[in-house]
Design a protein around this ligand. Structure first.
Ligand SMILES: C[S@@+](CC[C@H](N)C(=O)[O-])C[C@H]1O[C@@H](n2cnc3c(N)ncnc32)[C@H](O)[C@@H]1O
Length: 434
């Protein structure tokens, strides 16, 4: 009992720290470490799930309580949300969900809250119909997104916004990228099926395999030898879109943690790749990935908007600009984005992206190509960004993208969150003699 309650307490603390502005990927491991290994998946499920439905659960809670908890009771508030999440979104039996959650009040030294937590959860159980009706009543509750964000999604994608919101609330599949230097995708798929790991080929990425159920990477045949890596199928498009030739010199301008860097090196072993990132700690993860797979790139810590500080003056045949973005295409993998992102971030990011695009353009050879990518679904960061760039640059020409995927925006293609993550790609060629 005590151990199970400590999982709920840890989940409430994780949720509270995210509400206060920290990222889930930073906070969760701290609490995972304090638990037995077998309890760690439950903590992840409760933390991810509560954050995924935070805006709906929070609306429910304000209806279920006569007056809100004081601001200093944030952990207790989060604990009740964790309780509601268990009741309505997991298969945990209601008596266990309520009992374990109520028990936490004692561990927290807030025995006075016992009756309150018990009362709210039991009342939620009795009033399920009312809560469901509430969920239909406005966009925040319906979509479990903040008003500003669902408003922007609705405005950008009037025919798709509800499907996007639903996709954002799904837990994402685990997708692999097969390193075809080691083994062809079909043979690896067969290997998985022989090992009773259910999986299917991606229809979007020629190197992609989607697992029916997520697994620890150590259970994947050949993972430690670099035979496969974990990468969403939409992210895997990048290596398939650049027209790379043997010996080309390439800049991966925002490379960390290195998913796309490694894919380029796996697909085109003869290239010379400079992998740049502003964040030294994140670059260390690129090196780890390169080492695991047995690949080599020149890693550079530097700012893409200030090449005078790191560039050797030799122009590139191709540049991949996987720009820092709002990450609104990957909310299903990072539900904390719904709490952390603020409306003004979109304009700030769009400005940085525009500066990077303009600055890095001068590092490209005439005749070279730049692939602009984001994991955003906001036009300001994607199609509008490229439209503005093409307007300013006479020597930039939009190129057709190969394959059948995504929606054509007129300035690049957008994958909306669904079977894969939401991603935008646009391929630009620097025309010669201008
Ligand atoms: C979307 S992530 C890149 C993901 C990576 N391409 C991959 O596939 O694994 C964006 C990266 O841009 C980096 N970044 C942000 N601002 C930058 C800047 N001014 N110059 C270079 N890198 C920057 C961030 O540190 C982050 O690692």
């Amino acid at each position: 009992m005590a151990k199970q309650s400590s999982v709920r307490l840890a989940a409430a603390k994780v949720v509270s720290r995210v509400v206060a502005g920290e990222s889930l990927s930073q906070v969760l491991p701290e609490y995972q470490e304090g638990l037995r290994q077998k309890d760690q998946p439950l903590l992840a499920e409760l933390s991810y799930g509560t954050l995924r439905y935070y805006f709906r659960l929070d609306r429910w809670l304000s209806t279920l309580m006569d007056k809100p908890l004081k601001a200093k009771e944030q952990t207790l508030h989060s604990l009740i949300l964790v309780g509601l999440y268990q009741l309505f979104y997991t298969r945990i039996p209601a008596h266990a969900a309520i009992g374990e959650t109520v028990q936490v009040t004692r561990t927290m030294g807030k025995a006075w809250g016992r009756g309150l937590v018990n009362g709210v959860l039991r009342s939620a159980q009795r009033q399920e119909e009312m809560l469901n009706a509430l969920s239909e009543s406005d966009d925040i509750c319906l979509t479990a997104h903040p008003q500003w964000l669902i408003g922007k999604i609705r405005q950008a994608w009037p025919d798709h916004w509800q499907a996007i919101a639903r996709a954002n609330n799904q837990s994402p599949p685990m997708t692999l990228r097969v390193n075809e230097q080691h083994i062809k995708r079909d043979r690896y798929l067969k290997k998985l099926l022989d090992d009773c790991i259910q999986a299917s080929s991606s229809l979007v990425s020629p190197q992609g395999i989607t697992l029916t159920r997520a697994l620890p990477v150590a259970q994947l045949p050949g993972f430690s030898d670099g035979v496969v890596s974990v990468q969403d199928e939409s992210a895997q498009l990048s290596g398939n879109l650049l027209p790379v030739k043997e010996g080309d010199r390439i800049l991966d301008a925002c490379c960390a943690p290195g998913g796309k860097t490694c894919q380029l090196l796996e697909m085109f072993p003869g290239i010379k790749l400079d992998a740049l990132d502003i964040d030294e700690k994140r670059l260390a993860r690129v090196q780890e990935n390169l080492d695991r797979i047995g690949l080599k790139a020149r890693l550079i810590t530097g700012d893409g908007t200030q090449p005078e500080l790191w560039w050797d003056g030799q122009h590139y045949d191709h540049i991949l600009l996987d720009a820092p973005c709002s990450a609104t295409g990957v909310i299903r993998r990072h539900p904390d984005i719904k709490l952390l992102r603020k409306p003004e971030d979109i304009d700030t990011l769009a400005e940085l992206q525009g500066t990077m695009l303009n600055t890095l353009w001068s590092l490209l050879k005439p005749g070279g190509t730049l692939l602009y990518a984001t994991c955003s679904i906001m036009p300001a960061e994607n199609s509008k960004q490229i439209a503005a760039f093409l307007e300013q640059r006479e020597n930039a020409e939009l190129q057709a993208l190969p394959g059948e995927w995504g929606l054509d925006t007129g300035f690049g293609r957008q994958v909306l969150p669904g079977s894969g993550d939401g991603f935008f790609y646009s391929l630009l060629k620097k025309v010669k003699n201008l």
